[in-house]
Design a protein around this ligand. Structure first.
Ligand SMILES: Nc1ncnc2c1ncn2[C@@H]1O[C@H](COP(=O)(O)OP(=O)(O)OP(=O)(O)O)[C@@H](O)[C@H]1O
Length: 630
């Protein structure tokens, strides 16, 4: 009903704007209208999907390499949004600073529909290229934005509903955009809040390294915020403010243009002199809680920050662990043996359902083995288009085929020389390529396309699959000789539902994810998490825990009412009597979002502009959300 009203308003707005050439006052939010105007001024035709040529796989890889830090720091949030995307039929998208899609993961059914409008890696989603859309418009507006259905400039994009948040570095430059996109017909009202929180988490991670020589002041109106992504962070080089996160700037009502010019004394009366958390007087006589880490406070660094956020890695009574992986003891032993196997040149095959940690295990085997100083080259055999996989793996010489790069390409097998080659989803490798791979493994030589002579290679091989490889061999879909070549030593990673003590697993993962003793799960919430079957295994479980940590109110235990519906319903037992949210509080994400908006409004005396600013959304969005809930 509400969605109908909104989409009727948007249809009327489109009619007025595109057919009658007049501005649709108040029928769409201001940023959308601004964006429509920009597109119209550029002469973009709203009825035609422009032909967007995606980057080649090689060019995309180069773009990914250029954005390696962004991708690395975004990985945990992409994992948790991926879990969300799988549950809500969406895809999660990461772009670079220009709007080029670097990664897109999520629900296969929607991903293929999205691909019809070129929402896939290698395509430019800047506003200039694709008209009003969440990614491009968030980049231009410099803030999170949702663009639903007909709010997109191009008619064919009406099938999409997208929420995006720019990821800003500590100096105020956009590094990329995180986006959740799904079908327009489905109401994704909590998506914007989730991407905004995820972007904040990523931005916060940029302060974990790179500022060792400087003074890093962490501030919050509530001491429970310190150490979380919601703390304000200000970095001083001597007296001068040189970097900050948006919460830090927001506390003083300034923006990134203040970097380089503001001095310490213009912001705080006095930096803390003692280790640990102190009360700090800031401009205007306000008192905040703060902590100083940094060059001139080495003892403070030890006593203060890092320990608050990172739980000690050697706490007593820990579960068996291989690197970051939580495992059964027998799996830990099996993985230690795998390190010896790769050392001895024996290929290792890791089997397990999706999200059981196959890639993490392979990386750890590389990290612990004698080839740790060499490269780790991961190839997802299911993700590379069949037509490209040969060139990608084996490389080619200059001029080998039309469209080949000028100087040829080395190929991933040769890139892995001296290190570990990880062939993920090996069960999906086309049969013809299986023969070529087998030859490489036998001869330890690669023959690039168009090359006269083979080139010798030396890598350790780790393969992984979620498929039952033996059954594929029996059905003829996988070569038996290749199977016997790669499956000398096989490890089967367990599904979460098969772990011996799921409660202990949930607790240990929560300890890592929350990283803070002040964020606790209620016993009822823990029980439901332990009782659920977790079809997406650790990936899904970690994703849900990250979502809970992001939604948690500091100082309040997290109850089962914040759990996704299917997880919350996993057990009929009553809660432990210590619910995170009082029983009068709402029970789903939309309602939680609404409660957060109401609280923000209360906190700002009903001033919508201030409340919207505090929530990181624009005023008209806040109005729209509040009005749509009546
Ligand atoms: N055993 C584990 N202990 C802790 N976290 C885990 C474990 N396994 C997986 N994870 C979490 O799940 C995420 C996904 O892991 P990974 O990519 O290694 O799984 P996978 O089995 O290779 O999945 P897929 O088959 O879908 O590619 C990791 O980033 C991590 O957060």
């Amino acid at each position: 009903m509400r969605a109908d009203t909104v989409s009727r308003a948007v249809s009327a707005a489109r009619r007025q704007f595109f057919n009658e050439g007049r501005p649709p006052q108040s029928l769409v939010a201001e940023p959308i209208l601004r964006s429509w105007r920009r597109c119209a001024d550029r002469g973009l035709d709203n009825q035609v999907l422009p032909s967007l040529v995606p980057l080649t796989a090689g060019e995309l890889r180069q773009a990914s390499e250029r954005n390696e830090r962004l991708r690395r720091l975004s990985r945990p949030e992409i994992e948790s949004l991926y879990a969300e995307a799988m549950q809500t039929g969406c895809v999660v998208v990461l772009t670079d600073a220009s709007g080029l899609i670097l990664e897109s993961r999520g629900h296969a059914a929607f991903a293929s529909r999205a691909a019809q409008v070129a929402l896939h890696p290698g395509v430019d989603w800047s506003e200039t290229a694709t008209g009003t859309n969440a990614v491009g418009t968030a980049l231009l507006e410099g803030r999170p934005i949702a663009v639903h259905g007909g709010e997109h400039y191009l008619d064919p994009h009406g099938i999409l509903s997208c929420s995006a948040a720019p990821i800003m570095d500590p100096f105020g430059h956009a590094l990329g955009v995180l986006d959740l996109s799904g079908p327009a017909a489905v109401d994704h009202r909590h998506a914007l809040g989730l991407v905004r929180l995820a972007a904040e988490q990523i931005e916060h991670r940029f302060f974990d390294d790179g500022f060792a020589e400087l003074q890093v002041l962490r501030l919050g109106a509530d001491r429970a915020l310190l150490g979380t992504a919601r703390e304000g962070v200000l970095v001083f080089d001597g007296e001068r403010l040189v970097a900050a996160n948006r919460h830090g700037l927001g506390l003083f009502g300034i923006d990134w243009s203040a970097l380089g010019s503001r001095r310490v004394e213009e912001l705080v009366a006095r930096l803390p002199q003692e280790a640990g958390i102190a009360r700090i007087e800031v401009t205007g006589g306000r008192v905040l809680f703060g902590r100083l880490d940094g060059a001139e406070a080495p003892s403070r660094r030890v006593a203060g920050g890092v320990a608050l956020r990172r739980a000690p890695s050697n706490s007593p009574g820990r579960l068996p662990q291989f690197g970051e992986l939580l495992l059964r003891e027998e799996d830990e032993r099996a993985l230690s043996r795998a390190v010896k196997m790769t050392d001895a040149g024996v290929p290792v095959l890791i089997q397990g359902e999706t999200g059981t940690g196959k890639e993490m295990a392979a990386r750890e085997v590389h990290r612990r083995g004698p080839r740790a100083a060499g490269p780790f080259v991961a190839v997802n055999c299911a993700a590379i288009p069949e037509t490209l996989i040969e060139a990608e793996l084996f490389g080619y010489e200059e001029g080998a085929f039309t469209g080949a790069r000028r100087h040829g390409r080395k190929g991933l097998l040769r890139e892995a020389d001296g290190g570990v080659l990880f062939l993920d989803e090996i069960g999906d490798m086309p049969l013809a390529l299986q023969s070529r791979l087998l030859r490489v493994l036998q001869d330890r030589e690669v023959l690039p396309l168009g090359a006269g002579r083979p080139v010798s290679v030396d890598f350790a091989l780790v393969c992984a699959t979620h498929r039952h490889l033996k059954a594929l061999v029996e059905s003829g879909a996988f070569r038996s000789d290749l199977y016997f070549r790669i499956a000398h030593y096989t490890i089967e990673l367990p599904a979460v539902r098969d772990l011996p003590d799921r409660l202990a697993t949930v607790r240990e993962l929560w300890r890592r994810v929350a990283g803070d003793d002040r964020l606790a799960l209620t016993a009822g919430c823990e029980e439901r998490l332990a009782a659920y079957e977790w079809p997406g295994n650790f990936r899904q479980l970690v994703g849900v825990l990250r979502m809970l940590a992001a939604l948690a109110e500091p100082g309040q235990p997290v109850g089962p009412d914040l759990l996704p519906e299917e997880v919350g319903a996993s057990r009929g037992a009553s809660d432990d009597g210590a619910p995170a949210v009082a029983s009068s509080e709402p029970a789903d994400l939309d309602a939680i979002e609404l409660a957060a908006m109401r609280r923000a409004l209360d906190a700002h005396g009903g001033n919508v502009s201030k409340a919207a600013r505090a929530l990181g959304i624009n005023r008209s969005t806040l109005y729209r959300r509040l009005l749509s809930t009546h």
